[in-house]
Ligand binder design. Sequence first.
Ligand SMILES: Cc1ncc(COP(=O)(O)O)c(C=O)c1O
Length: 337
Amino acid sequence: MENIDWKKLGFGYRDTDYNVRCYYKDGEWGELEVSTSATINLHMAATALHYGQEAFEGLKAFKGKDGKVRIFRMDENAKRMQNSCDGILMAKLPIEKFTAAVRLAVEKNIDFVPPYDSGASLYIRPLLIGSGPQIGVKPANEFLFVVFVMPVGPYFPQGFVPTNLVIYREYDRAAPQGTGKYKVGGNYAASMYEGQLAKHEGFSAVLYLDSREKKYIDECGPANFFGIKNNTYITPKSESILPSITNKSLMTLAEEMGLKVEQRKIPYEELADFNEVGACGTAAVISPIKGVYDSDNDKWFKYGEEPGDWSIKLYNKLRAIQYGDEPDKYGWVEIIE
Ligand SMILES: Cc1ncc(COP(=O)(O)O)c(C=O)c1O
């Protein structure tokens, strides 16, 4: 293993030593296999390539002060991948297969889990693809599940820095009753154009409004949205957003810390009322938002240059559980010895 400067890691692909694979063939999932190759041998007519029959997940493992490695809520990722399988007709991966593969991928690459004081972590990417050939539009009858991992740097190397979001009404990430609630590649392909546009225009991500009416807040690029006002943590209820595991965890912690929690439709106009706004997801936990620019109406909603108190408290609390600095009272963490 090469020497890694843990403090200089960004969020990007990096080779590690092993990945774990499992094949579905003749109606059943096989045994887990450990591979040292970063490439896969894929049929040119695989449904993943032609019809986007593929789903993925993203989760992390953290090394604590005690040197132990903790994987955060992988059962939730396993369940979400099962939903994706149901959503796009892929062979459903058993929960235990998913968690065993994740555990094995972390164990085999344990030397790549960054040390506690670096603030970095091990990103885990499970991927499930239709590998069997089809030329008509129909589901594959063979599938490949792979788990690979890589060390990634802290999302905020210079500290917790608020950024701006932008609303563009002419782009949708997902249809109102489409695949937005599944973690499937098609949603990400559909969001790349406006995602890049937002970056070029100096914003960190697109804040999507609901695709049907453009009246309610959906989500922010690859993260869920939340706003805080009147001691209440408010996050969108929508059929077309990905149910974020970070958001689910923050809702539990917000309640524990004394906030009310509301999961409901959030009208666009309510952007004017929040004291704090954030994007949440595995990559950053919380990415504080200092402003939302409505590009169609040339209108700004501003929340201050510094992260809000609740955002800081929630961020610190969740990170403390992930790194093992606080007791894991909800059973969110699995320790790999
Ligand atoms: C579209 C989208 N929304 C929300 C999230 C946040 O989900 P999680 O907290 O499970 O990482 C992600 C990914 O991480 C995402 O891709």
